[in-house]
Design a protein around this ligand. Sequence first.
Ligand SMILES: C[C@](O)(C(=O)O)[C@H](CC(=O)O)C(=O)O
Length: 288
Amino acid sequence: MSLRVRLAQDKILMAPGVYDALTASLASDAGFEALYLSGAAVAYTRLGRPDIGLTSVTEMADTMALIADRTDLPVIIDADTGFGNALNAQRTMRQYERAGAAALQVEDQSHPKRCGHLADKSLISPQEMAGKISAMADARRSYGTLIIARTDAIAVEGFQAAIDRAETYVAAGADVLFIEAPQSRDQLRAIAEHFAGRLPLLANMVEGGATPVTNADDLEAQGFSIVIFPGGIVRALARSAQDYYASLHMNGSNTPFADRMFDFSGLNQVIGTSEMLELGKRYDGSDD
Ligand SMILES: C[C@](O)(C(=O)O)[C@H](CC(=O)O)C(=O)O
């Protein structure tokens, strides 16, 4: 089912953050219907650095292609600012579509962008952002590839300005709206009341970020259609990896940590080793 058709249903779509083929396959095995390829999660894991505009479009597109190779789930991908002006945003659209993306999220921050939950953001004009959205719509090969327009205006220009900007982005052709970092439950509710029923709305749950974390059912009841949990997986894995390395360093072996990790065959099951080896045999003539 295409994302556009899926979003017409009442049930909220949960898209957990992923940053490589392993996290994508684990999320898929857990039963999610869609994935969110988070720029923040890629910056955290590949660069070991914050989400402050350091990752490149090529790094993101390469990651997208590896994920599309591993799972058939629709992937919403973070396009940050489009990596430049409207023409860069068009190239981003084409590169991400080629890599297998189902939806692109583009935001109205100026370059270099930063995580929407960090202070001191700055924005391009609403007119320039509207131009980027229509440029991306013109560049897409498939009408099925959705454009998710994000505004970071709440923290910069205030709540009403964010609503006004979002209206401009809807008029420019956004398929989905993402009003970043509402600061209270009232603001979440006001966004839903203003736009719900007109186009799908995305909510972003960042543990410890500016928005009160709200569960998927409550967001659905308010009228949100998509909820992403972009960086949660890295926060969970980073904590576990920190404990793992400390334990190994202290104990000289992984035995004390054994009940908190897969063993050799456990991980092989997760990554489908025996299925892959069987598949190989079908083609190399050794199972005749
Ligand atoms: C959605 C987001 O753009 C992302 O890169 O995943 C980030 C999330 C994060 O930094 O945890 C955001 O700006 O909200």
